[in-house]
Write a protein that binds this ligand. Sequence first.
Ligand code: AMP
Length: 217
Amino acid sequence: MRIILLGPPGSGKGTQGEMIERKFNLPRIATGDILREAVKLKTPLGLAAEAQIKAGHLVSDEIVASLVAERIKQSDCLQGYILDGFPRNLNQIKLLEKMDNCQEEIAIEIYVPEETVIKRLVNRRICSSCGTVYNIITSPPQRFEFCDFCGGQLIQREDDNAEVIRERLRIYETEIKDIREHYCRKGVFYKINGEGSVDEVFKRIEIILESKIKKKV
Ligand code: AMP
């Protein structure tokens, strides 16, 4: 099964994706994470994508689609996979369906109002070493600026500043309407409330996924 997580930046796709990964034993493919790693390692891909990411713009559809195509060829994706951050527009949907015409898929939009998303993103800090995500207001680390788990330095993503956040949200709002419509037409679209605790949100997702999996049995 292919699980597509939709939602604005800061809606919790990464956190929920990791929880789905653990519970349903499916690999999570987060295009933003793959791109940020490439930037950090200064690979040709990273160098080509860096400016777009910093500005909050989309990297070329073909580049991102080829990353996903490579990843889903790996054997751990045979039973399915979770997509976080891809597809982000209709062209990417077309490229995805061409690379893997998966018969079973589900698209879940994690809906969070814009004010909440902005608050979450400006207060988000990430451990530069293990990637654990904190919110300095709602889930701060015990020791200021250091990770509770590995002691790594907490950093703010370069694109988590007010101006770039606004641009990322603008792009999201422009593209999401067509994406919703596409998956609605296929009868695989679900929208859940992304506010509340991480566990509460996960419960909402779990109910949908379990009902889909039960139907199959
Ligand atoms: P994210 O971590 O999903 O918020 O992605 C961070 C940044 O990576 C985005 O603002 C884009 O610049 C780039 N990116 C991630 N996924 C995609 C995608 N599917 N298409 C184009 N650009 C992407």
